[in-house]
Write a protein that binds this ligand. Sequence first.
Ligand code: FUL
Length: 459
Amino acid sequence: MSKLIYSIVALAVSLLTANLASAQPKQLSPRPTPRQLAWQQLETTAFLHFTVNTFTDKEWGEGTEDPQIFNPTQLDARQWIRTLRDAGFRMAIITAKHHDGFCLWPSKLTEHSVKNSPWKNGKGDVVREVADACREFGLKFGVYLSPWDRHEPRYGTAAYNDYYKAQLRELLTNYGPIAEVWFDGAKGENAKDMTYDFDGYWALVRELQPQAVMFSDAGPDVRWVGNEAGNAGETCWSMINTEGMAPGVADAKYLNTGDPTGKRWIPAETDVSIRPGWFYHPAEDTNVRSAQNLVNLYYQSVGRNSLLLLNVPPNRDGLFSEPDIESLKAFRRILNETFKTNLVAKDAKLTDSKLATFVTLQANQPLTINLNGEQTFDRLSIQENIASGQRVASGRVDYWNGSDWQSLATFTTVGYKRLLRFPAIKTSRIRLTFTNASGPVELAEVGAFKASAGEGSAK
Ligand code: FUL
């Protein structure tokens, strides 16, 4: 190459690079913290609603319940956690204190707890049993501590904030590592006017359990999905703006879809119960969600860039009931069958189950993906490397019909995971195009699957 041509080429290259660099967004888009990234990858987590309500058949206790009614004579937290482990759940969150104020651990700060119940002669500690079982079976452990407290006389005064923080301290120091702390925004109509010191609560969690994510309606780490029906937004961004929001003061629709221009990374958690109520009611034994229904929840939460927090309430004996156990087992069996074999041809980046290895695509730059020969499938899984943020706003998938590209599916956001369902097709290759994105897309994983017959047609 002559010197002149060389310099022209060098100049062209440097101009092009400068141009590309200036095309990058100036301000870094929000990204997850390591604790948020770890949390999102848990995918399926469980809620355990258990308290005096279990014995009074109520959803919201009054705060006047006698601790004597709490007597789960066969309580076996190992049965709960083993069942959850076998069903693929990676974390369990226990209602250490619900709105009625009754504490499932022997708190030194109140008499309204298990220490005044006949269960284990007042020597029991449900929180400890669950924490120990989680450690034994390899699940992460989380606590729910209701700010709204209908029993504690200090509720409604500033002194209540000290009481709440002291309880939080007990839970955060005596039970080993905590992965999530759940701050419920619910407050009944007749609740006393009470200003919660959320900043103080959150600072305490950061100080004592820095790896824990904190849930409340609008974060700080994890947000509410905006409904209790198990439905993340068809479009679901992990970013939101939080101005003017507080627990109990947030727009459910906004939380459901998130905000592509949101300045904070606060992904959505989909909390939903396996039964109509959050607590156990004998009359609901015939109303437990079927395995197919649970699988559908998985598509609507994990498959829409959210995380499933499924509530399974222990019964009055202190055990999971048979119908719940059966549904959970079959749920996992079906998911394992569906996602067992990825039909996409092996690829060092796209099928290695690692978010950190990815292919970078610009908007409208199609990527042809080969399958392992001709394959029949009806599910697709797409994942972005969310460590760098969430960028896909829309996209489409086409398939090769032997002579032409045909449309297979369209979608909006991707984020951690987008699962697509469509009638089965047979082809040897597909083409993925991100039609709108806020920056270069880091495509981490692609999967094509044939759904288990067990998924049924239940929606
Ligand atoms: C709500 C509470 O009022 C329900 O009882 C339940 O705990 C649910 C998860 O959150 O706000």
